[in-house]
Design a binder for this molecule. Structure first.
Ligand SMILES: *Cc1c(COP(=O)(O)O)cnc(C)c1O
Length: 223
């Protein structure tokens, strides 16, 4: 079988609308594969482990936008704070505060997405809307100048039931709209709805996704 990262990328790009950005999820894949995708024009890459990001980032071109898409421990933020472009999986106030602290140390504003729990599996991380409203309305949140919340992220259940997945994405889209029209009404950069993976991104786009995260459909299966 002739497997081509470039062909996969081109095929995906031609099938998604212009307003949807593509994060190429390169976790577990070697530097050479990422370089191939880069040479084919891809600039946004997603990883889910801090250690892997730290190993890959210095060995690849500087104009890559690295996204952290996995669950993060607060004590590891410092390792990626100097270069990370967007952190998708933010799901505690403690983590928000630590990212702000490391943003301050590095003299930059770090872009983050709030992860919401939309699947019914207990293994998936994420906020409930009430928790987020409480954080956003707190005085402490207002003092955080080195983070910028630019949207929300979520993962649907791993099921074959399309209607169930669609409903979960639709719920996340409603949360996104609610925040966009209230708390972030005056912030144009709150414009990212990160949802959709290789198996469900078409449903996600139909439900309003503006950023999809694709791994296996671009780089092949992970072993
Ligand atoms: C691994 C991963 C993806 C990509 O998954 P694929 O099914 O390979 O497309 C997307 N989002 C997150 C959070 C992931 O951990």
């Amino acid at each position: 079988m002739s497997f081509s990262i470039k062909a996969n990328l081109n095929k995906t790009r031609s099938s998604i609308p212009k307003h949807v950005s593509l994060v190429a999820v390169s976790k577990t894949k070697p530097i050479e594969d990422i370089q191939k995708a880069f040479d084919a024009g891809q600039r946004i890459f997603g990883e889910n482990k801090v250690q892997e990001l730290r190993e890959k980032q210095p060995n690849l071109p500087n104009d890559i936008e690295w996204h952290m898409i996995g669950h993060m421990q607060s004590n590891k933020v410092k390792y990626i704070a100097p270069f990370i472009s967007l952190i998708h999986g933010v799901e505690s106030f403690k983590l928000i505060k630590e990212i702000n602290k490391q943003g301050l140390k590095n003299n930059r504003v770090i872009r983050i997405l709030l992860q919401f729990h939309i699947a019914d599996e207990s293994t998936k991380f994420g906020f409930k809307i009430e928790e987020v409203l409480e954080i956003l309305n707190s005085n402490e949140f207002k003092t955080l100048k080195n983070i910028e919340v630019q949207g929300v992220m979520g993962m649907a259940s791993f099921v074959s039931d399309h209607e169930k997945i669609r409903k979960e994405f639709s719920n996340l889209q409603a949360i996104y709209e609610q925040l966009k029209n209230s708390f972030f009404a005056n912030q144009e950069t709150f414009n990212i709805l990160s949802m959709g993976m290789s198996g469900d991104y078409k449903i996600a786009i139909n439900e309003g996704s503006t950023m999809i995260r694709l791994g296996s459909s671009i780089f092949g299966a992970r072993y």
